[in-house]
Design a protein around this ligand. Structure first.
Ligand code: C2E
Ligand code: CA
Ligand code: CA
Ligand code: CA
Length: 273
């Protein structure tokens, strides 16, 4: 059976081949996505439990002339592996700067996502400083979202970079909290302001008692460490109600608003609870 199993891989697998080809086209397409002006940003609000917007998350979108709209879940890992993400992030920071100049969003904070690999070079720190200066923005207008895996992959440099921007007044959030490896021991020593509860725990709040306990525990843990908590992927009124009861500080999800282009962000976008 082993022989057979091994032999199978030698044969042409049309599915794997199609995937490789698509990945290759994405990789090549990303090379000139910036020059072709194919990237744009969408903003998803974060709301307080009463429904008032308290901040936004900027999410990258790529509309390729060849492949159409490609999901960031697909292109970000490829961009990360090919170094293209470095210049895409510089573009993103400047685009947020331009956007905030055009539409100040009442001075509310915009969170941006960084991938683990970006903490190897750390070039985003200078880009962020430059943007703050160039567009006359306060550091409190920015929040950096980083997953636990960045801390696992290169703990010291990640902590150093996060401490540097936090000292400026930029906030830091741990994204997808609960899905990675997090040592509670170093959680208290990290330069962070927020924990962002992963959507997978929020999704089953209504049906899974374990997930309710996990969510409750994360909120208690965060608060006892002096951190704020955001829940992502809130889709139902029941989820929002439970999270409100648990004193979750901020909520984000389709229940309130999907990510939208800057022009389409209005005060009416948010549904009152
Ligand atoms: P993420 O940072 O965890 O972002 C949340 C994702 O959940 C976004 O998907 C958002 O559109 C989606 N979402 C928001 N509310 C709901 C909801 O109620 N239900 C459901 N099912 N989904 C919801 P998106 O924009 O497709 O981004 C996917 C991932 O791609 C992000 O996950 C993030 O890891 C990455 N990403 C997106 N933009 C950037 C970027 O500019 N830089 C980096 N490094 N990564 C990015
Ligand atoms: Ca995020
Ligand atoms: Ca997240
Ligand atoms: Ca997520």
């Amino acid at each position: 059976a082993k022989e057979q199993g091994r032999g199978r891989y030698a044969f042409f697998d049309p599915q794997i081949n199609a995937r490789n080809q698509r990945n290759m086209r994405i990789k090549v397409g990303l090379n000139d996505a910036l020059e072709r002006d194919e990237l744009y940003l969408v903003y998803q609000p974060k709301v307080l439990s009463g429904g008032a917007v308290c901040g936004y998350e900027a999410l990258m979108r790529w509309h390729s002339h060849e492949l159409g709209l490609v999901s960031p879940a697909e292109f970000i890992p490829i961009a990360e592996a090919s170094q293209a993400l470095e210049s895409m992030t510089v573009w993103l920071l400047h685009q947020v700067g331009r956007d905030l100049q055009k539409k100040p969003l009442k001075g509310l904070q915009v969170a941006i996502n960084l991938s683990p690999r970006q903490f190897q070079s750390g070039s985003w720190v200078d880009a962020l400083r430059e943007v703050l200066e160039e567009y006359h923005l306060g550091p409190e207008q920015f929040c950096i979202e980083v997953t636990e895996s960045a801390l696992v992959e290169s703990f010291n440099t990640t902590v150093a970079q996060l401490s540097e921007v936090q000292a400026l007044g930029v906030e830091v959030a741990i994204d997808d909290f609960g899905t990675g490896y997090s040592s509670l021991e170093y959680l208290k020593r990290l330069p962070i302001d927020y924990l962002k509860i992963d959507r997978s725990f929020v999704r089953d709040i209504g049906t899974d008692a374990d997930d309710r306990i996990i969510v409750q525990t994360i909120i208690l843990l965060a608060h006892s460490l002096g951190l704020k908590v955001v829940a992502e992927g809130v889709e139902t009124a029941e989820q929002a109600e439970f999270l409100g009861q648990q004193a979750c500080d901020e909520l984000q999800g389709y229940l309130f608003a999907p990510p939208r282009r800057l022009e389409n962000l209005g005060d009416t976008a948010v549904k009152r609870q």
